[in-house]
Design a protein around this ligand. Structure first.
Ligand code: NAP
Ligand code: 3JM
Length: 340
């Protein structure tokens, strides 16, 4: 089997470390793994398949020749600057940031939904991984859409702190510990307010229309991935004091009626989805139970009795896995199997 030189850019971060773990777990055909991060990580070693790999400093002067696939998770500005350099030196970049997602020459891919779009990597040498909240939602929407086109989606999210990186995980831990020990609450540094025992309706920056950038990512990315500009999407994205796993309350309006029972069947037979929907026995997807899993979990499937053709769903996934690293590695697997 062909093997590839793979780079992880942002290797020391929450997403980067998970990418390395997922590459190993899925036994991706890696010939050589190269790891990049900032000057702060000079000399850091990260284990991969029993070997310690030394992190390289991402710098302007470097040639990136010899890299086949580069998985980026070092922030949008690094992606804007370095993804074209890696691509010019011959790599296909799978970028986790928002930098390239809405570029018409860059495919935006969720393998369960639009795997054919991967072919578009040939234009710029870059494929974009969608936002974590978009990924899990479109996986749940796809089997419903295939039954009847979707007119409108109203979504509210309950997003884990790990979506904001290593420092955010630490901030929730430090605030929780301080509160439990009766100490002074440390000043928030990553989040705009205290996150422990609190919910913040504020993820990423506010835009002129009053929505946050995170909310508009869900609106715009959904249309691009579903290849349907007519789907109306509106979102409220909320950070909650949970370490791993994003949950979403999703209201879907379809053109034709889909009963709750039919929706349950469609969702349960779709690749990458697990239905947990047994309210009598208190069974529905929970963040603490699905953390560490790669599938998208759907429960609380019920008809919206306020409109003719509506459904309500509760959709939960591990944001660092399906929401980021696993989706990126799945894209790399398609590249490896079909294109490179
Ligand atoms: P994180 O834990 O803060 O990690 C950031 C990573 O970027 C670290 O490896 C860091 O290296 C590196 N980095 C920062 N500045 C750099 C520089 N100037 N040069 C080289 N490397 C640099 O954040 P994260 O949660 O892993 O997220 C990383 C990025 O992935 C985000 O900014 C976002 O664009 C994307 N992301 C995407 C999703 C998704 O939905 N698909 C979810 C979460 C994040 P040091 O350790 O050396 O500082
Ligand atoms: C998730 O460098 C940055 O501004 C990154 C901000 C960020 C993003 C993003 O916009 O790329 C943090 C966490 C995302 C994302 O997936 O959209």
């Amino acid at each position: 089997m062909k093997e590839f030189t793979v780079a992880v850019v942002g290797a020391t971060g929450a997403v980067g470390r998970m990418m390395i773990q997922v590459l190993e777990e899925r036994d991706f055909p890696v010939k050589e793994l190269r790891l990049f991060a900032s000057e702060r990580s000079r000399g850091v070693k990260i284990p991969f398949k029993g070997e310690d790999i030394t992190v390289e400093v991402l710098s302007e002067q470097k040639s990136f020749a010899g890299i086949d696939i580069a998985l980026f998770s070092a922030g949008a500005s690094r992606s804007l600057e370095f993804a074209p350099k890696f691509a010019a030196d011959g790599a296909v970049v799978v970028d986790n940031s928002s930098a390239w997602r809405m570029d018409p020459e860059v495919p935006l891919v969720v393998p369960e939904v639009n795997p054919h779009a991967v072919a578009g990597y040939k234009r710029k040498g870059i494929i974009a991984n969608p936002n974590c909240s978009t990924i899990q939602m479109v996986v749940a929407l796809k089997p419903l859409y295939d039954e009847s086109p979707i007119k409108r989606v109203v979504v509210s999210t309950y997003q884990a702190v790990s979506g904001a990186g290593q420092k955010a995980i630490q901030e929730l831990m430090d605030q929780t510990r301080a509160w439990c020990q009766g100490e002074n609450m440390p000043e928030p540094k990553v989040f705009p307010h205290q996150i422990a025992f609190n919910c913040l309706p504020h993820i990423d920056v506010f835009l002129e229309n009053g929505y946050t950038k995170e909310e508009m990512k869900m609106v715009n990315e959904t249309k691009k991935i579903m290849e349907d500009e007519t789907i109306a999407v509106t979102a409220t994205t909320v950070r909650v004091p949970v370490f791993y796993g994003h949950a979403e309350a999703v209201n879907v309006e379809t053109k034709e009626k889909i009963t709750a029972q039919k929706a349950r069947e469609l969702l349960a037979t779709f690749p990458g989805i697990v239905v947990i929907d047994d309210p009598e026995n208190k069974k529905y997807p929970l963040q603490i139970e699905i953390a560490g899993r790669d599938e998208v979990f759907v429960g609380r499937i019920r008809e919206d009795e306020s409109i003719e053709n509506g459904l309500n769903l509760w959709v939960v996934a591990d944001n660092l896995r399906k929401g980021a690293a696993t989706n990126a590695v799945q894209i790399a697997e398609i590249l490896a199997e079909k294109y490179l």
